[in-house]
Write a protein that binds this ligand. Sequence first.
Ligand SMILES: *Cc1c(COP(=O)(O)O)cnc(C)c1O
Length: 371
Amino acid sequence: MTIMTSPTAIRPYNFSAGPAMLPEAVIQHIQDECLNWHDTGVSAMELNHRGPEFSELSATIERQFRTLLSVPDNYQVLFLHGGASHQFAQVPMNLMGHNPYADYVVSGYWSQRAFEQAVLLGQPNTIAKWSEAEQGLTIPDPTTWQYNQEAAYCHITPNETIVGLAFERPSDAPDSVVFVADMTSCLLSEPVDVSQYGIIYAGAQKNLGIAGLTVVIVRDDLLEHTFPWAPPIMRYKTQAEHRSLFNTPPLFAWYVTGLMVDWIEQQGGLEHFKTLNQQKADLLYQFIDEHPFYYNRIDPRYRSKMNISFQLIDETLNEAFLSGAQQQRLLGLKGHRSLGGMRASLYNAMPLHAVEQLVEFMKHFAEQHGG
Ligand SMILES: *Cc1c(COP(=O)(O)O)cnc(C)c1O
């Protein structure tokens, strides 16, 4: 599959946190082969999931995904139904079967939701929690986290999408800690050492494609810790044995993720995006920090590169800001209701010149309003 890049002339930039903007080249590619996928006479939406074409397609996608992320052989890569929220329940269902204890780092809205699901199935314990401090919204320094030696796993959310708070997996954690990471809004934005985790999961609609699919990367030995009562469809082991084809999979979403993986490879892979994503984030944060009209509420040590929240000093201008941005074809900038203000999500598909345009607009808007 070759994905051609065509110039963006008319499409607006969608800064929404998710469902997020897709690369135009990917949408174009979908359009081009929509009526007839690879001379089969049917679309990718209509393929028989048990037929040879989809078997080959799904195997190719898995192989490419593994290569892109350097997934070690002792990990399964599952392409499952549903969103990351399903994993909030499926993780404890699959890991607490022999041991009800788990550590949770509650660094924002999504990890709180994950924690609440675990409470229904076992005895999770919050080992660190985000809070408002002098330096902004923050989390306790990861070097101070006290892990429970008995816990089955430690759940972290390295990029909290809603407020835009991010941290690295602590490198000084004992080897015995099994990290489970919700990477919904950061997977494939940079290289990751998968061997440092027991499980990594990500809903597709942020950086991997469209809603309906969640990728779960799970270490083989963790397939054996499921509750005995867990229904087969909820077991990672069942899904691994059936290569994620236990029932009809979300074919179309799976196919789109395959196109995203192709596109990421063609752009230069994860190192390329690491550099580019850093450049985009630096550009926007630097502008926000330097301009008295705007500010960011996150502890500078934990600022997200993917989701950048910012506030206007004068909140009464929020509506004017959003409608002005929309006129410049800069969409989806309204912040989450919990934080208010604005948020710009800069996933892989967001080009650098879109961020430059956003900064230009912000500068101009501030000038217009006496800032
Ligand atoms: C968006 C998001 C979720 C929720 O995803 P759904 O697909 O709506 O369930 C969970 N975790 C993180 C980090 C997210 O960004």
